[in-house]
Design a protein around this ligand. Structure first.
Ligand SMILES: Cc1cc2nc3c(=O)[nH]c(=O)nc-3n(C[C@H](O)[C@H](O)[C@H](O)COP(=O)(O)O)c2cc1C
Length: 394
């Protein structure tokens, strides 16, 4: 039993504890639902039943949706950007399952909600026990998975800055934080702080991947637009360069990974010449990062893991698209999607021509904008297996 007389909720400076607190409230509402199952046959939709039905409805019609949105729109994107290695693999596996469970639980809730409508207004005492049990079991298992895997991972890998972003987004969703503070004034201050930063040999880390991680986290904290979008430049056998934007899906000591079609233009160019250059531009922070190196394909296992972590519709689209090849019309594209969907159903197979590329860095440059175009540039070059760091002129 708690020593406290009041059930004190954790503050939004501890967003993971707030999510756990929501789980505890969900558990109470699930218990109320089960209590209703035994109450209704004896007492009908009396005043107590009506009150209980209203309380459950109030929770699942509003708070539960906010809780799912916290996870889908904020927690999972932050985790995806931060997770590496085994964490990334576990997230790749659990993330889609958790999102699919949210959808299924929403559908199950709709059925119960219409039954509770009638109990809440006293016009019916019918509540389907099988549907209640299914809902309770699905939610209970779902929360156990999140508490066993997702919450500990978040506590371990999210930086204090990322926790602040999560907590602020959750408060804003509930109207507890004026937009000016959540996304406006404070963010502008933060961006200005970073934007006015300088970059010296002394304050850059010895390892360029660690330095990249620092800047990438700061870009997320400052909520720059699409911090994970990067330009990839390739050059084919004809010597002519070509560039396009892709999304970085992972970075670690091995390099920088994105996923695409191996038979696309970039795929063909990389087959002819494996050297490429990637570029991140975070204008709100006046920063760019240039990375050059050799590109290799990710392992079949890694490509499978990422492919199957994507929504089924994206998997089908990846199969249906012969990326970079001409096609007669939008209708013809829709038709090939329909053909693939009919053939694969909800269990598409990753095609061999779709997978990941990893750029293994040999040269990394961090550029920080400074006043009067007298910018800071720190370059790391790989020489005999170790990184050499030097300043170059703006
Ligand atoms: C924000 C953004 C993100 C993108 N992410 C990817 C991606 O992750 N993988 C991909 O193959 N194409 C992505 N694209 C599309 C590519 O820019 C490009 O059109 C496509 O890969 C074909 O390029 P290619 O013909 O040079 O091979 C993205 C485009 C934008 C604007």
């Amino acid at each position: 039993m708690s020593n406290s007389l009041i059930d004190t909720a954790p503050g939004y400076d501890q967003p993971i504890a707030v999510l756990k607190h929501c789980h505890d409230k969900i558990r109470k509402q699930l218990q109320t639902l089960q209590n209703l199952l035994s109450h209704l046959p004896q007492h009908g939709a009396d005043a107590a039943a009506q009150q209980a039905a209203q309380a459950v409805q109030k929770y699942f019609n509003k708070a539960a949706h906010l809780h799912h949105a916290d996870e889908e729109n904020d927690l999972f994107p932050l985790l995806t950007a931060a997770a590496q290695g085994e964490d990334a693999a576990l997230l790749g596996k659990l993330g889609p399952q958790i999102l699919a469970q949210h959808k299924q639980m929403d559908l199950d809730w709709d059925i119960l909600n219409s039954q509770l409508d009638k109990i809440a207004n006293g016009s019916s005492a019918a509540l389907n026990a099988t549907e209640v049990e299914r809902f309770v079991q699905a939610y209970t298992a779902h929360m156990e998975t999140e508490e066993a895997h997702i919450a500990p991972m978040a506590k371990r890998i999210l930086s204090p800055a990322q926790m602040t972003i999560l907590g602020e987004a959750m408060q804003q969703r509930r109207g507890l934080l004026p937009a000016a503070i959540a996304g406006g004034i404070a963010l502008a201050d933060l961006r200005m702080d970073y934007g006015r930063a300088s970059l010296s040999e002394a304050d850059t880390l010895a390892d360029p991947i660690a330095q990249f991680a620092k800047w990438f986290n700061e870009a997320m904290k400052a909520q720059v637009n699409e911090p994970n979008a990067m330009s990839v430049a390739t050059v084919g056998a004809n010597g002519r360069p070509s560039s396009r934007i892709v999304l970085i899906k992972q970075y670690d000591e091995r390099g920088f990974t994105w996923y695409t079609n191996y038979e696309s233009q970039k795929g063909r160019q990389l087959a002819e010449n494996p050297h490429a250059a990637i570029l991140f531009f975070w204008p709100e922070l006046e920063r760019q990062v240039r990375i050059e190196g050799r590109v290799e394909k990710t392992s079949v296992e890694e490509s499978d893991k990422y492919f199957y972590s994507r929504p089924v519709k994206s998997q089908l689209a990846a199969i249906a698209s012969r990326q970079s090849r001409p096609i007669g019309s939008r209708e013809a594209m829709e038709e090939s999607y329909a053909v693939v969907e009919a053939a694969s159903g909800d269990q598409p197979q990753r095609p061999e021509h779709w997978g990941g590329y990893r750029l293994v860095p040999e040269r990394v440059e961090f550029w920080q904008g400074r006043a009067s175009r007298f910018h800071d540039r720190i370059v790391y070059d790989l020489q005999d297996g170790s990184w050499n760091k030097e300043r170059i002129q703006p």
